[in-house]
Design a protein around this ligand. Structure first.
Ligand code: AVJ
Length: 326
């Protein structure tokens, strides 16, 4: 991946920071969009989160993929050559299981990882190219929530879009449908979407996953302030904000907030903006929706896909659902 190809795209991503931050910090209830978490440091912190004992999501999904990779690819491609797109690829650690199952069926696999984080994609590409020479990696740094197009592919090929890792949980239900609908509109009949969703479970288990004992999630949450200091010339004191995780049972979501520990004024030089925080006021940084049984299938149907099959773990903590474009 050469810098020449990637830099204009990185600039486009940087341009959105200012708009989104101004909108979020001037609203009556302050918030920041969760995509801001994933700068270089944030992507690294997220990788650490995925290994935490409390964060069951990644290892549970990985166990589902490990057990069912062949079945998933069989269900997705009906004996036609497959290429794999991954949205929010990050470090692509779980994807290797599916790529390997693809290589078991066909001589080579085209893999198109898409992510807003250049760093995460770069290390994913290096690792996959090193370990899996028959995989052709075509990486793209884009924010798939605003633009989305896929490389043209042959009419005999099927595309399987991976949207795993419970990333869809960051979106409001109506936004999630819009996003999946947009993905659907870029696909042809027979193509598929593999959606990974976290399921509703015991409240304390959910809360621990977003407020770990080591404080890695707290650092991940506060890192967004460090990013704004660097990229927008802001003067947030990250130590003056506490990490809060909250289960909202009515909306079926975990919320992450940063709670201002005192009355304070923060200046964002690049936006020519001053923002007042009252003591105890929170800055809402993330929603992570958790699905009831059948919820992911309903989401696929509402977005123009036909739910084909759902794979889950024995404890029903996480689900991986295949939807087909008809
Ligand atoms: C990457 C969106 C799936 O919601 O669990 C991890 C991000 N936030 N810990 C999630 C996250 C706090 C994560 N997703």
């Amino acid at each position: 991946m050469t810098a020449q190809v990637v830099l204009p795209l990185v600039d486009a991503v940087l341009d959105r920071v200012a708009d989104d931050v101004r909108r979020g910090l001037t609203a009556p209830s302050k918030s920041l969009p969760p995509w801001l978490f994933y700068d270089e440091a944030g992507s690294r912190l997220f990788e650490l989160i995925t290994d935490l004992p409390e964060y069951y999501l990644t290892r549970t999904e990985r166990s589902i993929l490990a057990k069912n990779a062949t079945a998933i690819l069989t269900a997705a491609c009906h004996d036609q050559p497959l290429r794999i797109v991954e949205l929010g690829a990050g470090s692509a650690a779980k994807t290797r299981l599916l790529l390997q199952a693809g290589l078991d069926r066909q001589p080579s696999v085209v893999y198109e990882p898409i992510d807003v984080s250049f760093t995460a994609l770069e290390s994913a590409c290096r690792q996959i190219e090193g370990e899996m020479p028959r995989v052709e990696v075509v990486p793209r740094v884009i924010d798939y929530t605003c633009e989305l197009d896929f490389e043209p592919c042959g009419s005999h090929e099927r595309r399987l879009v991976l949207y795993i890792g419970s990333s869809i949980g960051n979106f409001e239900p109506d936004e999630a449908i819009r996003l999946l609908h947009r993905i659907r509109s870029r696909l042809r009949p027979g193509d598929g979407l593999l959606l990974g969703v976290d399921l509703v479970k015991d409240r304390n288990m959910l809360l621990a996953a977003y407020d770990d004992a080591e404080g890695v999630t707290a650092a991940f949450n506060r890192n967004v302030l460090v990013r704004l200091n660097r990229e927008l010339g802001a003067d947030f004191d990250p130590g003056a904000f506490a990490h809060r995780a909250h289960w909202n049972p009515f909306a079926s979501r975990i919320e992450m907030h940063l709670e201002s520990l005192c009355a304070q004024v923060v200046r964002l030089a690049a936006l020519d903006l001053e923002v007042e925080f009252a003591a105890g006021e929170t800055l809402h940084t993330e929603n992570s929706y958790k699905f009831p049984p059948g919820g992911a299938e309903a989401l696929l149907s509402a977005s123009g896909f036909t739910p084909v099959f759902t794979w889950t773990d024995p404890r029903q903590w996480f689900a991986v659902c295949l939807g087909r474009a008809e």
